[in-house]
Design a protein around this ligand. Structure first.
Ligand code: GLC
Length: 438
């Protein structure tokens, strides 16, 4: 079911009753061991694990090491899950279904909160434990950590799409500013292609492999052309002229070669490597690429040669999909009090700042976007903040796995030419309607 605002309001009374019934438990006391089963008490201290996608920078491990050196009896061990979002979700879901206590803290993609909360795979977190959540964190990020108005996770990284562009190549072609629209982008590509430096550089790529990143890129193409996948109430709206224009822009990109053929295999990391190897003029990517592509250890050929701009749209600035990650506590884990304290530590301003400095990932604390010293070091921060604040969330769905699979399947079919954009959008609309009504 796709959860719209109306459905959420309608269900609040029931949710409140269920919650009241569950409130007999006291959260005091912290005996070691405890927990397990489906207890929602945040008690028990001791060793825990932290299940997460790839630690691409090594900074998660550094923050864990620091915690471990201060908490000899409450050590945290990172369990690294597959690189792609879908692979991570699959492992977390499988673990939850067998009620395993192997993962204590789950690094959840922002789109999984509804599914994990509704299935009671993660525990509700008392907001009183995080008193500055409403005042000090980006609101769109906090909204992704809630389900039916209750908090189930804490936002640790946000994410907004950015257009990375090779400033050196645009300069050499006499182009003085980043493109605002997709048409400008194509025109700029032709100008760069005509220069000796730009002759062999591909025009544009994003994430087009069949996985969560394709859902993100498809949604951005649709939104940037004025369409939507679902409306505010959760009703599917994807079979529209605007959505068709958005999807066709991607399909034509592949047809004309503006998007290199091999970008159909790109997830974030493949695209990043291509950009760093100097193979792309424009690249839609998350902020983490900034630090990696600016590395001066020989791993990047484009350090200091690129800049970022807002995503381009059909008639002006485009619209990003809201990304990011939240930490939740598994309902089946032991030592939930340690998990709670570790989440507080990891989302403190100090930890978030250290993470920004090491990885260029988007913090969830607003103060870090206003710090002049940080803006000097990461000049993309204001663009990123604007991208996040205007970003559109993906559909909020308990059956999110089915929703994203339908989007991926149809978008991929259109990009690879096995369905026309019309067919893909009408099939997707039908499938989303089925998922909404069940
Ligand atoms: C990033 C985003 C996440 C998104 C994923 C897609 O990790 O933070 O929200 O789902 O990319 O690949």
């Amino acid at each position: 079911m796709i959860v719209g605002a109306r459905a959420i309001r309608g269900a609040t009374v029931l949710a409140a009753a269920v919650l009241l019934a569950a409130c007999g438990n006291s959260n005091s006391g912290s005996s070691s061991g405890g927990g397990g089963g489906s207890s929602s008490e945040l008690t028990g201290t001791g060793e825990i694990t932290f299940a997460t996608g790839k630690d691409t920078s090594g900074n998660m491990q550094k923050l864990v090491d620091k915690w471990n050196s201060d908490h000899a009896d409450q050590k945290v061990r990172i369990v690294e899950l597959p690189e792609s979002a879908d692979g991570q979700r699959q492992q977390m879901v499988q673990n939850a279904q067998v009620k395993s206590d192997a993962y204590t803290i789950l690094n959840l993609d922002v789109v999984w909160t509804a599914e994990f909360a509704a299935n009671k795979w993660v525990v509700e977190l008392p907001q009183s434990e995080f008193p500055d959540l409403d005042s000090a964190f980006l609101k769109p990020a906090v909204d992704t950590a809630k389900y039916r108005d209750k908090l189930y996770a804490v936002p640790v990284y946000s994410d907004g799409g950015l257009l990375y562009y090779r400033k050196d190549l645009l300069d050499a072609a006499g182009v003085t500013e980043a493109p605002k629209t997709l048409n400008d982008m194509i025109t700029d590509c032709a100008k760069v292609k005509a220069t000796p430096q730009g002759a062999n550089v591909g025009c544009y790529a994003g994430q087009f492999e069949k996985y969560e990143g394709l859902t993100v890129n498809f949604a951005e193409a649709v939104q940037s052309a004025g369409g939507s996948i679902v409306d505010e109430s959760g009703k599917p709206t994807v079979n529209s002229a605007q959505a068709k224009a958005g999807l066709e822009a991607l399909v034509n990109g592949f047809k004309t070669g503006a998007i290199p053929q091999k970008a159909i295999t790109y997830k974030e990391e493949e695209g990043r490597r291509a950009f760093q190897a100097g193979e792309l003029l424009f690249h839609r990517q998350w902020p983490y690429q900034w630090a990696k592509a600016n590395a001066t250890d020989g791993s990047s050929q484009v350090a200091g040669k690129f800049n970022v701009a807002p995503l381009p749209g059909a008639t002006g600035t485009g619209s990003s999909t809201l990304g990011g990650h939240n930490f939740a506590i598994s309902a089946f884990a032991k030592n939930k009090k340690t998990a709670l304290d570790f989440i507080k530590y990891f989302t403190s301003e100090e930890s978030e700042k250290s993470n920004l400095l090491a990885t260029s990932q988007a913090p969830t604390r607003t103060a870090l976007y206003e710090d002049q010293a940080l803006i000097k070091e990461f000049p993309y921060l204001p663009t990123l903040k604007a991208s996040i604040l205007s970003a559109k969330p993906r559909p909020k769905a308990v059956k999110y796995g089915d929703v994203t699979a339908a989007i991926q399947e149809n978008a991929y079919a259109a990009l690879t030419g096995t369905k026309t954009p019309d067919q893909a959008l009408s099939d997707l609309q039908k499938k989303l309607e089925e998922l909404t009504s069940s």
